[in-house]
Design a protein around this ligand. Structure first.
Ligand SMILES: *Cc1c(COP(=O)(O)O)cnc(C)c1O
Length: 398
């Protein structure tokens, strides 16, 4: 996945344009910039890549989720349904707005179980956020139908699934509003950066203003702009955007490499009797950023994960024992350890986490191993890796 593995003269050239004119700010300074508008150009490239009307770049994927929710009007006391398996950024971005994350079970797609979503809807529910974890996706048609039926905003976090598709549409472009991260380890990297994408012109206008102090960005005179509403600073810099601009032009090349490497390893593991793969919904195509497979039970998954580590198979994750991506070890959330006071409404809204057990999520995550697919491996390395992984798994079951 990490786009940084293949940095080239293309990235260097874009960055050097920015350093030459000295304008690191994405807005204004028209006279000094020698025609270089890296953030604007990257937004234009992303509208093509994601087949979407509007793209607003922001400073991170976490910022993208907050800005996306704020742009759709999600705020204090609103409940946002999200999966138990995701990066901690998902609940951070919700809580930043004074809203309440409502965690629900995942299914064998490794993201939202539509039935669990339906069961969690209350009069306070405002949005449902699917997180397209590890290069694949949820049952988008079912989730969309639930959102339509209950008049909820459908949000798609596609930070880990750049380049994946569902029924021909790029992941991130399917829900009412989508979010991407271009941080240091994502398929396309800006160093730090993210994007809010939508076909809704109103949400886009909100995201554009909100991510830059509420400035309306009308006319050329920054000082004369008005503030239709309050905002913050979630801007991306021209330097970060320049890196992403070179990277997005290589997206198809990156996806093809991921697919090739993924397929070699998958075909090898498919020969083993004890391995099954993560379900990809019908009509879905993964981004191939990760290969996800299931072992028969927790004990086997722990053994395989340990044996991978001992034998130099890096970048494979057993999320059940990891504290970044799964509810089981999010003690700081469960105990609501906040630096500053949190509203009574959010405290009460999160009380369920003190005692709730997510048996169904546990059943999938306990057995899952997720292996990062790198871009820089040679074909020889991938084949060796695939054979070694197969041999290790066989030895665990011997
Ligand atoms: C990386 C990631 C984020 C956060 O992105 P940052 O740019 O690191 O803030 C959010 N959600 C998911 C699923 C991610 O993988």
């Amino acid at each position: 996945m990490p786009g940084f593995e293949l940095f080239s003269d293309l990235e260097r050239k874009e960055v050097s344009d920015v350093l030459d004119n000295g304008v690191l700010m994405r807005y204004g300074f028209d006279g000094m910039r020698k025609g270089h508008w890296k953030a604007k150009e990257l937004e234009a490239e992303l509208t093509k890549a994601f087949q979407i009307k509007h793209v607003q770049l922001v400073s991170s994927g976490t910022a993208a989720v907050s800005v996306a929710l704020a742009s759709a009007g999600v705020g204090a006391g609103d409940e946002v349904i999200m999966p138990t398996f995701t990066f901690v950024a998902s609940f951070e971005a919700i809580m930043m707005l004074g809203a309440i994350p409502v965690l629900v079970d995942i299914d064998d797609t490794l993201t939202l179980d539509p039935q669990a979503v339906e069961n969690a809807i209350t009069s306070k529910t405002k949005a449902v956020m699917v997180v397209q974890m590890c290069g694949s996706m949820g049952d988008m048609d079912s989730l969309k139908a639930i959102c339509d039926k209950h008049d909820l905003i459908f949000v798609e976090d596609a930070c880990q699934a750049i380049g994946g598709k569902y029924k021909g549409k790029p992941l991130g472009s399917i829900a009412d509003v989508g979010c991407f991260s271009f941080d240091f380890v994502k398929t396309i990297t800006c160093g730090e950066g993210g994007a809010v994408v939508t076909n809704n012109s109103e949400y886009y206008k909100h995201a554009d203003h909100y991510s830059d102090h509420g400035h309306d960005h009308s006319g050329n005179d920054r000082g004369a702009e008005t503030h239709p509403f309050l905002g913050y600073n979630f801007r991306i810099s021209e330097l970060n955007a320049a890196v992403g601009l070179a990277q997005v032009r290589r997206l198809q090349e990156f996806i093809a490499i991921q697919k090739k490497n993924y397929t070699i390893i998958r075909n090898e593991l498919a020969k083993l009797p004890n391995i099954t793969f993560r379900r990809v919904p019908e009509g879905g195509e993964e981004s191939y950023a990760f290969l996800n497979f299931y072992l028969p039970n927790l004990e086997d998954a722990r053994k395989v994960s340990e044996a991978f580590k001992q034998n130099g198979i890096d970048a494979c994750f057993h999320y059940f024992d990891n504290n970044w991506h799964y509810i089981r070890k999010w003690d700081h959330l469960k105990e609501l350890k906040s630096l500053f006071p949190i509203s009574k409404e959010v405290r009460e809204g999160l009380k369920y986490l003190e005692s709730k057990v997510f048996e169904q999520s546990d059943a999938y995550i306990a057995r899952n191993i997720s292996c990062l697919i790198k871009l820089s491996w040679s074909e020889k390395e991938v084949i060796e890796r695939a054979n070694k992984m197969g041999a290790i798994i066989k030895s665990v079951f011997a």
